[in-house]
Write a protein that binds this ligand. Sequence first.
Ligand code: PDD
Length: 294
Amino acid sequence: MSAQLPDLPCYLNGEFTTLPNAKVSVMDRGFIFGDGIYEVVPAYNGRPFRFDEHLARLERSLKELRIPNPMTKAQWRELVVELLNRYAASQGKPAAETTQMVYLQISRGVAMRDHAMIPGLEPTVFAMSNRLYIYTPEERAKGAACITADDFRWKKAHIKSTSLAGAVVSRQMSADVGALETIMFRDGFLSEASSSNVWVVKGGKVLGVPKDNLVLEGIRFGLLETLCRDAGVPFELRRISREEVLAADEILLSSATKEVMAVSMLDGRPVGNGRPGPIYEKLYAGYQRAKQAS
Ligand code: PDD
């Protein structure tokens, strides 16, 4: 059985089509090896949020995998704007009345199977857009339940690669117990969650992990630093031990889809007083202002 795909617009290798009609070769290296990269860009009121930063990361990921960037920045922007409009039209709305999540993927292209990179291939470019889920005020007031696990992924987590089996297994561990995310540790130190960055609040200070090869530098990484500065909240990036995470006053997640989310339960125990805390409230409010201002 395969899941029925919705009739949503998408883009594949130069043409707009719909999800049920978009077809890629079985020999695409994205399919065979997960040999590609991706981006998830939130778009509010028809405008991509922090798009330049997403494009810069897309470029960095492509460089790491030695895949040529098949489009200029202007072409990427044009593609995304067109996709936002087409998705909005499919919902019978102007783009300005939608909240969307654009997915961009580039794989190395199609070739007979060989682990080596095979230069000169035409990259496969795929893009789609869908509704961005907005958490309800009740969900936000409750905060998220998360679990902890060992970080068993590879050591190039800074590349936003489509090789995501590690993230899938990690995320399923939390899904199995009805939790939102799996917060991971490598050698006793915090790395990140299966598809979010993690922040720890202690004594009014926001702590994040160093930007190295063990974590994806989320687009909200820099944004949170700015929001902290604007709110007068001390901010520091350094290694964070498992004990510090377990003793945190607050724990936060950040990602394109979660924005900033408070973690209220960890491994079945309350974080702080078990409710989203004051630093979360400040940063969430700042995030909403940043969206308005963009
Ligand atoms: N995930 N770390 C990992 C491993 C991620 O997959 C993500 C994003 C982040 C946060 O990055 P950003 O702030 O740029 O969204 C951190 C996306 C949303 C996904 O895979 O769907």
